[in-house]
Write a protein that binds this ligand. Structure first.
Ligand code: ATR
Length: 294
């Protein structure tokens, strides 16, 4: 594109936000951040709707977090996503939290609203939306969650209001017990089963793998023996596209889903929180899937 073409393009784009030269800026901050697919997904969405907006990624180390947050605000960013390791440590620098952020105890989306920093969480609602593409959550009675770390907590807090019994299984039982207590305190249903036992699988409508085992390319220390064919099995990892866990679930006749749509829908929900308008879901999905060459 020549400079003149770019200028004309920018003028057309910026009219979408009510004024020539008005461009909205968004970003994601984390450490590490190099592999984040969020810029690609959001920028594809802006392009599809001809919006005057851009989305960048910034590596921010824990000791620079406060300066980065105030820097983004000073530079006029409209909002940003927050990823590992800042989702909890950013809380003291924000002016307000949404209900979802309070429930999760973590923030993955910040919006600048009349100079105030509003912390929100779309991880849980994004996971729920991705699951609803495959099952009726209201009819689900039993959900098995493997793991009890940060990811499991976000997912469990978002699933609990749908009424299913959440059955946790974690290597360190103390962490599982803490999560069960939290869900029960909030009025949900939860219990924990011992790590390594398979009988409970026969009653599950859905099994969700949230541990970081697949990322570390370690062997999954649990077996799916006993699971009913047709059960929905989810692994929140999407790289590799099909983890050995999902591969064995498929071989047992289960429906399998990886974590890519969880990433997609947390982005879609962040977009809709920032721009208060429907996000171009299919353009964002296409960009993600293309980047992963599927
Ligand atoms: P995240 O935010 O990605 O969930 P986390 O809070 O560190 O990260 O949690 C990682 C989860 O993976 C935990 O449930 C952890 O189990 P422990 O609570 O016992 O640590 C689980 N995990 C990681 N490596 C594991 C392994 N080799 N075997 C079993 N569980 C493992």
């Amino acid at each position: 594109m020549t400079i003149t073409e770019w200028e004309n393009h920018s003028v057309v784009l910026s009219k979408s936000f009510g004024g020539v030269g008005l461009v909205k800026h968004f970003a994601v901050i984390g450490d590490p951040i190099a592999h984040s697919l969020s810029p690609l997904m959001h920028n594809a969405g802006y392009k599809a709707l001809n919006l005057a907006a851009d989305y960048q990624k910034f590596q921010v180390s824990p000791e620079d977090l406060q300066e980065a947050v105030f820097g983004l605000k000073a530079l006029g960013f409209s909002g940003w996503n927050v990823t590992v390791p800042h989702k909890e440590t950013i809380l003291p620098f924000l002016d307000e939290l949404t209900e979802e952020a309070v429930r999760a105890g973590a923030v993955n989306t910040v919006k600048v609203d009349k100079g105030r920093l509003i912390g929100h969480n779309t991880d849980g609602s994004g996971f729920v939306r991705s699951l609803q593409e495959h099952m009726e959550l209201d009819e689900c009675k039993q959900i098995v969650i493997l793991g009890a770390g940060g990811a499991a907590k976000g997912i469990a807090m978002a699933l609990a209001p749908f009424g299913a019994q959440l059955c946790f299984m974690n290597r360190t039982p103390e962490r599982g017990a803490e999560l069960v207590e939290k869900i029960l305190e909030g009025g949900g249903q939860a219990r924990q089963e011992p790590w390594g036992r398979g009988e409970w699988l026969a009653q599950a409508d859905c099994v969700i793998q949230t541990t970081s085992i697949g990322l570390k390319k370690e062997e999954y220390p649990f077996s799916l023996v006993g699971i009913r064919p047709g059960t929905l099995v989810v692994d929140i990892i999407f790289n590799p596209w099909e983890t050995p866990f999902l591969h064995s679930a498929k071989a047992m006749g289960c429906k399998t889903v990886n974590g890519i749509d969880m990433l997609l829908y947390q982005g879609v929900n962040a977009w809709e929180f920032w721009l208060e308008d429907k996000a171009p879901l299919e353009s964002m999905r296409k960009a993600l899937y293309q980047a992963l060459a599927v």
